[in-house]
Design a protein around this ligand. Sequence first.
Ligand SMILES: [Zn+2]
Length: 314
Amino acid sequence: MLPRFGRHWAKWTIAALLLGLAGCEPEYQSGPPLALPHRPLEESSAPAPAPGPTPEGTLTVHFFDVGQGDATLLAGPDFTILVDAGRHDRNDVVPHLRNAGVESIDLLVGTHPHADHIGQFARVFEAFAVDEVWMSGDRHTSRTFERAMDAILESDAGYHEPRAGEVFNIGSARVEVVHPRTLTGNLNHGSIAVRIVFGSVVFLLTGDAEMEAELEMLERGHPLGARIMKLGHHGSKTSSTESFVHAVAPEVAVYSAGAGNSYGHPHQEVVDRLAQMGIAVYGTDRHGTIQVITDGSTYSVEPERHDAIAMGAE
Ligand SMILES: [Zn+2]
């Protein structure tokens, strides 16, 4: 589904880096830019791109309940995108994907190398053909990261480190990369953030990007508007600043967090802020797996557990 490009070269680069051939560079460097079929986003003064024609078929976005971690599936009529693959100490992502009817994956995104996001990458590669994988380019010394990179290297998947401003069409979805522009070595800050457009229904996923990254996205002038926003960093107060949420102007916000997690996610002030803005908030700790089903013009939110109503709607 995705155009193939330079994957052997890219893999060689990864292998060289894993072998330490990159010398004493402290940061995980990406290679020279690959020849990518992308076009730059409009300048900040330009209006946001008009919504595309209403696509045929249905997109179901599954915010899986994977405990204190992230795994979001976008199962469209002609595309399958998985953003993050759960925690290293659980084995729930492949069962979730099978239950959702996934047969293969066009694009697997590891927003950043923390173990609650790429934890089950290897299991996903064992279970499904993956056409292309995106990683931020930051590296981690953990065994989980090594295992994920090994799985990528051993697979036939293309590899890319996307940067803000790149835009891809994947089936009837448009994927706009809104972060990062450059890496700082702070793994949360380097989170890949994407705006996924399906007709007039837009989703914004920002991984564990925090306020500094949100500010960069605002300052670069990306169109950020989205009807459904996944709250950055599991609903932490270090993310979802008022100015950022204002720019996104979502109708619905979803966070992924484990019940009773030791971080206190989601932080109450974030939930309160969104409620005051009239935004309905759903969380995997309260609602289980949350599905958003859309035909590209309207959508419905289908939580696994209906006993807890959306917080902003209370
Ligand atoms: Zn996380």
